[in-house]
Design a protein around this ligand. Structure first.
Ligand code: BMA
Length: 851
């Protein structure tokens, strides 16, 4: 046992499968059993990963192997770990606690052949006092049996859900793992978070909640609160907490603390002790686009008499967060839905986050670092953890704290009607919510708790004749239990009952947040009492409908695109590499499989081969998200957020993601990165056929710039060029120039191009017709590369003719690009920087393509 931490991680396990119900009969839990032939597995690690690595199952991400793994969810899985107990017997005032931070999912646990207990919620910890059972100075054996999940579904018939697999609703287990419209059916098995043994003496911290009560920028003061929750099981001495808050960059024991507080605690379990402190000249936590995400270190030490019995170290931020829903008087009858960070109303730019792997136990930290850095680099200041996945691993929130990205946290309920009348189920939800709120509430990144994903909206569509009056099954959770728990244990972070929610039809443009699935799925906007209608024609699903969306906060919108060719080559057999081949269609979980064709039809035209499919679907997605984001940002502050669907993938798939499973950015990623730039210049077409130029400034300072607009033909002829100097206030969106229809050659042969003289905003363009209808002579792009440093390389590109979707193709995801999938007008030059490990840059073969 690690003395300093009094904690032993039980990492090394053995596992085997067995027919359901047989393992106990065969006493697989017995200490004396010989498990030497069992498969080695780690904790955390998913059984699928261990079986793939040992060659026992084919990789389910490749071709259609997914279906060959179906048997795994029908077996019971046994795990055993033999470890040395503590060297010495626990003292009378000590106890030993076994903690499973996350078991996936229905587990029965034995210690030294004796039954310890069971657990049936993936999202809450399982804790056992093992002081009596644990043997000191000799080996102990832990055995865990994980049941087939569906054996725990009772009365499946009463559950209803969107999509296949309604039985998932009865299980507190990651909902997406039973199959989603982007995810395979591969329910996880095993320990998805650590297993540890903790030695405690007299008392322990059961929670430390850090929060900011107020910030006063004039007096340069913040008032912060620290709530101490402690459990006292054998207190013999005075119990006391010492709290130290260290400024960013200051290290405990090496530097003095900015705040030091000593508190006396009662000698029994308590959760009501709160200390308040004034922090002078606080270094405030901001999202990365508005300032520095400054993090203080909070150290809390618990003393029983002279003994230090527990200690916690947390990174915390001084910041306030509110959700402003005051009336928006400029658009009568509507209310804002906007986040206010440190008193500043912000536009939330970002995406929806789904689990970064089907096997959530086996996601390397490096994948989180990569994805979240990519999100930050694309100027995202908010990610929504969607309710069909998981409450994320600690590393996710730690990175968001550090990178300055806010988190919209759904509770894990999605697209279904959950049974809030089953006392048992309600208990599970209560325990889970209390655990997760305590776990996550002190993170600087946490911006919102949200009751669920789409449950109210889907329910209303199912019972539309009721005119919005029938409460959603699960109402107890979203409108009572969860907000009460958030109020009690957090009390600072806003709560919202669902996404979408608010207004007339729970997906309204006037109130609350909104999912725009008119684009892609064809859902028509509606009101309570109106029959839901879908229009899946090319016109019905066109992204131009974003332009009609006057929502307050668009928390989902998006469309599919293929992953990069390299990703397809890794998982689709060569003879299946064609659009709509059985293997490709298997890697598209949406129905009907040709939905994307409807979108491409009006943007690029239908693809004739795989190359065209990859390019056309990427172009359609990039054009669509660009169009949506520009419209939503231009409407600032009436619209105050655009979180597109979706950032990432959990396996290699054709999906809405802009970053594919291996980390390659699609064209959409780079389009988003430009469209989310802190200062954005964009063209807006007005009804009479004229054009306007708008500048959106999301920064806390005003900007001045000179925007040069070129109106030209694709054959290279300049119609006119104009320059506009403008000052744009902080946090606003302004029209800075306009041209009537008479000044424009608004046809298939011309375009508009804008650049800011000093590069304040990224270059942008406007086409007057769909890409498929452009009259463009063929273009040619030349490439020249130059080595800058060991880990950086620059590729210069020059075009003759207007080249579209100019992109570098790399066989490795280890090299990052400063930009890609760009337009290059005739005679234009640009450079793309490549960075990555020197050995990769030395050997990388750079492909170049364009349309
Ligand atoms: C919304 C999401 C997901 C789904 C996505 C695409 O419904 O909340 O459930 O995957 O749209 O259909």
């Amino acid at each position: 046992m690690n003395k300093s931490q009094n904690q032993l991680f039980l990492n090394s396990w053995k596992c085997i499968d067995s027919p359901p119900g047989k393992g106990s009969a065969n006493q697989l839990f017995a200490s004396t059993l010989d498990d030497s032939s069992w498969l080695q597995i780690e904790a955390p690690e998913d059984v699928h990963r261990a079986l793939i690595d040992s060659g026992r199952i084919p990789d389910p991400f490749v071709d259609r192997n997914e279906v060959q793994c179906r048997w795994m969810e029908e077996r019971e899985w046994w795990f055993r770990c033999t470890f040395n107990g503590p060297d010495s017997n626990p003292e009378a005032d000590e106890r030993l606690v076994l903690i499973f931070d996350g078991i996936d999912t229905f587990a029965t646990i034995w210690l030294n052949s004796r039954l310890l207990g069971s657990h049936r919620n993936m999202f809450s910890e399982a804790v056992f006092d093992v002081t009596e059972q644990l043997k000191t100075g000799e080996p102990n054996t832990l055995a865990v049996c994980i049941d087939p999940p569906l054996s725990h579904v009772k009365d499946c018939g009463e559950f209803s859900s969107w999509g296949p697999n309604p039985e998932r609703v009865a299980l507190r287990k990651a909902q997406f793992s039973f199959g989603w419209d982007w995810g395979p059916r591969l329910p996880g098995i095993g320990f998805w978070r650590p297993v540890r043994l903790v030695r405690q003496r007299q008392a322990a911290l059961s929670g430390v909640h850090f929060f900011t009560l107020s910030l006063d920028s004039r007096s340069q003061q913040a008032v912060v609160g620290i709530r101490i929750e402690s459990t006292a099981f054998a207190v013999r001495n005075d119990l006391r907490a010492e709290i130290d808050l260290f400024e960013p960059g200051r290290i405990p024991d090496q530097h003095p603390a900015a705040v030091h507080i000593e508190l006396n605690l009662p000698g029994q379990d308590s959760d009501q002790i709160v200390a308040y402190a004034v922090v002078e000249q606080p270094q405030v936590w901001w999202t990365h686009d508005l300032g520095e995400p400054a993090l203080y270190t909070l150290r809390t030490r618990l003393f029983a008499g002279e003994h230090r019995v527990d200690e916690s170290l947390q990174q915390v931020g001084i910041r306030t967060i509110e959700l402003d829903q005051s009336p928006d008087t400029d658009e009568p009858g509507t209310r804002f839905f906007r986040f206010v960070l440190n008193g500043v109303p912000i536009f939330a730019k970002g995406a929806n986050w789904i689990p970064a792997d089907s096997f959530v136990a086996s996601i390397p930290d490096t994948r989180y670092e990569r994805l979240l850095t990519q999100a930050r680099d694309a100027h995202m200041n908010m990610l929504r953890i969607w309710g069909g996945g998981i409450y994320e691993h600690d590393i996710f929130y730690q990175l968001c704290d550090r990178l300055g990205i806010l988190v919209w946290q759904d509770f894990m309920f999605a697209c279904a009607m959950y049974p809030d009348h089953h006392a048992d189920f309600v208990d599970q939800v209560r325990t889970e919510a209390r655990y997760q709120v305590k776990r996550l509430r002190s993170h600087a990144c946490l911006a919102l708790w949200c009751g669920n994903n789409e449950n109210q909206w889907i329910h209303d569509k199912e019972v539309w004749e009721k005119g919005g009056k029938e409460p959603v099954p699960g109402v107890l959770f979203y409108h009572q239990l969860l907000p009460e728990i958030v109020a009690e244990l957090d009390g600072r972070t806003p709560y919202w009952p669902g996404s979408p929610y608010g207004g007339n039809d729970h997906n309204s443009m006037e109130d609350g947040d909104r999912h725009n699935w008119q684009v892609w799925h064809g859902d028509q906007p509606r009101r309570f009492g109106k029959k839901p209608r879908a229009d899946q024609t090319p016109e019905g699903v066109s992204f131009l409908h974003y332009g009609e969306d006057h929502g307050r906060f668009i928390s989902e919108f998006g469309m599919h695109a293929s992953p990069v060719p390299e990703t397809l080559r890794r998982v689709i057999p060569e003879d299946q590499l064609w659009h709509h081949s059985p293997s490709m269609d298997h890697h598209n979980k949406d129905f009907p499989k040709n939905k994307g064709d409807n979108l491409m039809q009006s943007v690029t035209g239908l693809p004739r081969d795989l190359d065209e499919y990859i390019d056309f679907s990427m172009i359609a997605q990039a054009e669509g998200v660009k169009y949506g984001i520009e419209h939503f940002r231009r409407r600032k502050p009436h619209c105050s957020g655009a979180l597109f669907w979706q950032l990432n993938d959990c396996w290699p798939v054709l999906s809405w993601s802009v970053i594919d499973y291996y980390g390659f950015g699609k064209a959409g990623y780079y389009a988003v990165r430009r469209a989310f730039a802190p200062v954005l210049a964009l063209f807006h077409r007005v009804e009479e056929g004229g054009m306007e130029l708008w500048v959106v400034n999301d920064q806390r300072e005003p900007v001045t710039g000179e925007w040069i607009v070129r109106h030209a033909s694709f054959t290279g002829k300049l119609v006119w060029q104009e320059s506009t100097k403008a000052a744009v206030d902080a946090l606003t969106s302004h029209r800075i120039a306009a041209w009537p229809a008479e000044r424009l050659q608004a046809d298939s042969g011309h375009y508009l191009w804008v650049e800011e003289k000093s590069g304040l905003s990224p270059a942008n363009r406007h086409f007057f017709v769909a890409i498929k209808d452009l009259q463009r002579p063929p273009a040619r792009v030349e490439m020249r590369s130059e080595r800058l440093e060991a880990e950086r390389m620059r590729v210069h590109l020059r075009s003759s003719g207007y080249a579209l979707n100019v992109h570098l193709q790399l066989p490795t995801e280890a090299v990052e690009l400063s930009d890609n999938h760009i337009d290059l007008p005739n005679g234009c030059e640009t450079a793309i920087d490549l960075s990555g490990p020197a050995f990769k840059l030395d050997s990388v073969e750079i492909g170049l393509a364009w349309r």
